[in-house]
Design a protein around this ligand. Sequence first.
Ligand code: IDP
Length: 141
Amino acid sequence: MGNNRTFTMIKPDAFAKGNTGAIIQKITNSGFKIVALKLTKLSPERAAEFYAIHKDKSFYNNLIEFMISGPIIAAVLEKKNAVDDFRALIGATNPEDAAEGTIRNLYATNVTNNAIHGSDSDENAAIEIAFHFKEEEIVTY
Ligand code: IDP
């Protein structure tokens, strides 16, 4: 009862370092059910659209350049309280502030190249899932 969804991306730094497997294992060991998963590479246009909310920030250009620099793994995860529990699992945006044992603490490179994305609200999770996946790509099991 009450399972809901969040959206995640394993970012280009973590993918390039070969940490995809370890991160997926940590996600599933933490009780998240993967219901959609793909390897993809964001175009400049798609990355700009995904991060449009940050377009006036000083770090925006670096963020877009980073996010298009290599493949990402996009996934839809289900769990009760998925959004908040996943934000706790990944840790603070800046890995220097991320709690010990969180994914960003373990695998992030720096505040921009921070290994993983997690939706910050149920509303944004729904938008981000629809941005990356067609409904028929999300598996019920
Ligand atoms: P979040 O990913 O923890 O939700 P947001 O504030 O939504 O953090 O920022 C989106 C992404 O932009 C971060 O994950 C990180 O890659 C980058 N970013 C955020 N804040 C900074 C910063 O202060 N300096 C550099 N990059 C940042």
